[in-house]
Design a binder for this molecule. Structure first.
Ligand SMILES: [Zn+2]
Length: 562
């Protein structure tokens, strides 16, 4: 049997199960022809054309064969050789924070203190109506000694309180007025799981870590509901422009869930959302019943609730990620739970059928999360819950096989090894050489057979998938430094990186039957790109443009040039 005859037979088989078409209207609603379509399906990785009916893929194959599905009402789109992939899926982000970040002062790409201060001064000048000067995204490397202090901030924000949050959200920077309003004095004790950084006299320097951030953060005016709604809408549109068709929300409050549901309903096609609620410590039967109600209410459509999310530890730069061995200068990080507490809570959620997502970054935190998952499965006799460790930054290499053995998903962030100054001058030295060597070890995680799902942690890093792919494949900055990449043994192939942003991210949300690859019967969620990610030189991946994003057969984003 010739190849094309095989395809024909496939089409006939698919059509046999498809609903009958009205006479003269053709069978497909849309047909994409003449593409280089990477399906993500191992048995048929590359095809030329896709036929869509309604929200789903009807058939895939050679353009000639797919054209047979064209009728009077069918839209035919000539891809002219463009590369097509399954719609991108981001396995870890914060939608509202991301949306809000599009409208706020951002300090992400600013690498020196004078430049940081200049940006803050400018923003303060152009926002005289704001009672607080706020912003986010600063990196530790911008400050001498690795931590900001209030004095230089006092010099640029004089009569208003100022509060600026670090890029990963675990340290805040206050000016003197903000500390005063918060009532922080020499006598103020560190809150549990938090640290007020102090000078030699015991006075607060302006840097507040982890839960000590609340001292000031609770005073900052919260965005109003209409501002949140606007930010979400802006965020959703931006995500579609980056080629995303699904995102996974790493924890949210109920109010935000309701808002998100409303915005998704009002908007046209943008993205699908899989959401995790905030985990409750030792959840009562009432709490579990209430969360279950939300899960049932949001069980289909573009918004699904399926997980709960909690934090085991902190982050590396703030030395709050929980480690077995001390950081240079001392301390082994902060743990938000004892092992027993964590086991109890995870076991309760596991029994109630929830997927549990645990933020764990240090080797000790990761071990604790894995232990809790293993024990829950054993206690309850459950399989296939696909609990997740979020970030998995500095695992012991010996712990990696536990992911596969326990069916735990490694939810990592493709841009986290982005080797900018902050990474090389703060992150790496904070870990020390032995730990840095096994940090963000994407290849080792793959080699251990784990399901590795990529995300962004937006707004910690941009959710621009092309940037994430570039970093995972090259381990260099956009400028190509350091030459050869940081810890180059952990570079991935473009195909592996793509898989983590598509099929594996779908697996991480129990959604692989509907999405993550392109196959008949799956959702017609796909992205058309300006160049072939599988053949372009790695250092050119960054130049890839998203030309078209399709969600359930409908355009959610179309570039002007396409
Ligand atoms: Zn996060």
């Amino acid at each position: 049997m010739s190849r094309s005859a095989g395809w024909l037979l496939g089409v006939v088989l698919v059509l046999a199960t498809a609903p009958a078409a009205a006479p003269g209207t053709g069978v497909a609603d849309r047909v994409f022809v003449n593409g280089r379509v990477w399906t993500g399906e191992p048995t048929r990785p590359m095809v030329e054309a896709i036929a869509v009916r309604g929200t789903k893929i009807l058939a895939l194959g050679p353009s000639m064969v797919m054209r047979m599905l064209v009728g009077k009402g069918t839209e035919v789109l000539d891809l002219r050789g463009r590369f097509v992939a399954p719609g991108f899926i981001d396995a870890h982000m914060h939608l509202l924070g991301g949306g809000l970040s599009l409208e706020e002062l951002r300090l992400d790409e600013v690498e020196t203190l004078p430049e940081v201060l200049k940006r803050i001064g400018e923003w303060a000048g152009t926002h005289p109506d704001r009672h607080w000067v706020t912003g986010e995204g600063w990196t530790y490397a911008a400050f001498p000694g690795g931590l900001p202090t209030r004095a230089p901030l006092d010099a640029v924000v004089v009569e208003r309180p100022a509060w600026l949050v670090s890029y990963e959200g675990h340290t805040g920077w206050a000016n003197t007025l903000a500390l005063k309003l918060a009532g922080v004095t020499r006598e103020t004790a560190d809150p549990p799981n938090g640290l007020i950084v102090r000078d030699a006299n015991g006075d607060a320097t302006g840097a507040l870590k982890e839960d000590a951030m609340d001292l000031v953060a609770r005073l900052v005016p919260k965005p109003l509901p209409h501002e949140k709604g606007r930010a979400l809408k802006r965020g959703l549109v931006q995500l579609a422009a980056w080629g995303l068709t699904s995102v996974q929300q790493a924890g949210l409050e109920e109010e935000e869930l309701e808002l998100l549901a409303r915005v998704l309903e009002e908007e046209g096609p943008t993205v699908r959302v899989y959401a995790a609620l905030a985990i409750a410590r030792d959840p009562t039967p009432e709490t579990l019943a209430h969360q279950d109600q939300l899960r049932r209410r949001f069980s289909s459509g573009r918004l699904r609730v399926g997980a709960v999310k909690g934090y085991v530890d902190g982050v590396v730069e703030a030395k709050t990620a929980a480690m077995f061995e001390p950081y240079p200068g001392g301390g082994t990080g902060l743990l938000n739970w004892t092992q027993e507490e964590l086991d109890r809570t995870v076991t309760a959620y596991d029994r109630a059928g929830w997927q549990v997502m645990l933020h764990a970054i240090g080797d000790r935190g990761i071990d604790m999360a894995l232990t809790a998952f293993e024990r829950a499965a054993r206690t309850n006799g459950t399989v296939g819950r696909r609990h997740r460790v979020e970030h998995v930054e500095v695992p012991r290499l010996a712990d990696l096989p536990r992911f596969k053995a326990a069916g735990v998903v490694a939810s990592t962030q493709a841009l986290f090894p982005y080797p900018n100054r902050n990474h090389l001058e703060v992150y790496v030295p904070t870990l020390g050489p032995e730990r840095a060597h096994r940090a963000l070890a994407f290849k080792a995680i793959d080699d251990a057979g784990a399901v590795q799902a990529f995300g962004s942690d937006w707004p910690v890093f941009t959710a621009e998938v092309v940037r994430g792919l570039h970093t995972a494949v090259t381990r260099t900055t956009l400028a190509g430094t350091p030459a050869g990449g940081w810890e180059p043994a952990q570079r991935l192939t473009a195909e592996a990186a793509l898989r983590h942003f598509t099929r594996d991210a779908a697996l991480a949300a129990h959604e692989e039957k509907e999405k993550g690859t392109l196959a008949p019967g799956k959702l017609a969620d796909l992205v058309v790109l300006s160049q072939d990610l599988l053949s372009v030189a790695p250092d050119r991946i960054k130049d890839t443009k998203v030309l078209l994003t399709v969600l359930g057969g409908q355009d959610s984003w179309r570039a002007k040039e396409f």
